[in-house]
Design a protein around this ligand. Sequence first.
Ligand SMILES: *Cc1c(COP(=O)(O)O)cnc(C)c1O
Length: 460
Amino acid sequence: MSASNVPYKIYLSENEIPKAWYNLRADMKNKPAPLLNPGTGQPLTAEEMSGIFCEELVAQELDNDTAFIEIPEDIRNFYKMYRPSPLVRAYCLEEQLGTPAKIYYKFEGNNTSGSHKLNSAVAQAYYAKKQGLKGVTTETGAGQWGTALSMACSYFKLDCKVYMVKVSYEQKPFRREVMRTYGAQVTPSPSDTTQVGRKILAEHPGTTGSLGCAISEAVEVAVSNPGYRYVLGSVLNQVLLHQSIIGLETKTALDKYGIKPDMIIGCAGGGSNLGGLIAPFMGEKLRGEADYQIIAVEPASCPSFTRGVFAYDFCDTGMICPLAKMYTLGSGFIPSPNHAGGLRFHGMSTVLSQLYHDGLMEARAVEQTSVFEAAEQFARVEGILPAPESSHAIRVAIDEALKCKETGEEKTIVFGLTGTGYFDLYAYQQFNDGTMTDYIPTDEDLAKGIADLPKVPGLD
Ligand SMILES: *Cc1c(COP(=O)(O)O)cnc(C)c1O
């Protein structure tokens, strides 16, 4: 099909919202390693997990075999408020770059939370309500997940307690107000409301916090309050499952015009949007039906894939969470304070870690000033102010399109535009003022975190 027949935006109808999520694990020959109980070194059982997570979500977490899991009607109805999301042909960007490449992006910022996180928040809130719980606890870094969860909890009338990384709490007061408007209770982390928070404050006075530390606090509050469970916005298998809606819609839209991408690019923090975007494409790749080049993009200041190790590690700084086998910089790793672009988690989804380990996808690390240059370039021609996280994917999409300009190749590039940057204007301000700097951790910086990886009983 000639490209000129493709509209600027490929919209799907409401009926084309997927009726089932796709579970990529079903098609993986090498399954992601199980979560381990840090005390025993044994795989976590459903029973152990159900003290932390809702039952239905535990079942999804452990299910490596069911390829399609039906999306309950209540969740589909919520999805209809803001989905299907558009797949946009970036004609204006292509023209500006003068590239023969064809660039598409799947835009997930069309909802108040401003990101893809709502896709999983609504699912997790739904199952918590179905189980008859009072509420849920969580952490939030940049604030998108906390906002998404607040929205989902207010819809299903659940209590929502959010531990927000202190630096973001201070830099993004308006995010906090959105959460409070949806009824959530927001606490800056580390806080003195939990044991683990008090311990971290004593050991690191003046710390601006980290995601790993906020996770420890939220988990502690969930397990010590009856009727509460903990929910997480990324990393977990269940979250990648819910986010498969991004990839399924993308594939349906492309198929309508007979478009087969050569390359799929996404930013990677904990791996949920990328895992969701690539799901059906990776499925075809795993089944030997098609091939795609798949690229994860991460910040050079928090380079889990490109400079981490593939090992069992804690997901949190307080070391109370289960162990996950993943590419990690060590649970004690905290990105340099000058890092403004999100994607600050030290580890990575076990699913993506296994796929990367098996050579089924690639990873690139990019520096934040070049990320904001790409963001600015994109904003000026495509009319969307992108989230800094999303702009990591834009950076590599532009780089690849410029390579095509040199070689004359007409590659089709699809990338995930995960959200908008309206609450990231402090970072944009630094960029516009010319005060933004890059920091790439030295090998020595990284060696410390990696040396502290847990020794797992029975594994060494
Ligand atoms: C949270 C977030 C990400 C990174 O999380 P993943 O789980 O890796 O997808 C990327 N973009 C936006 C806009 C986010 O809010």
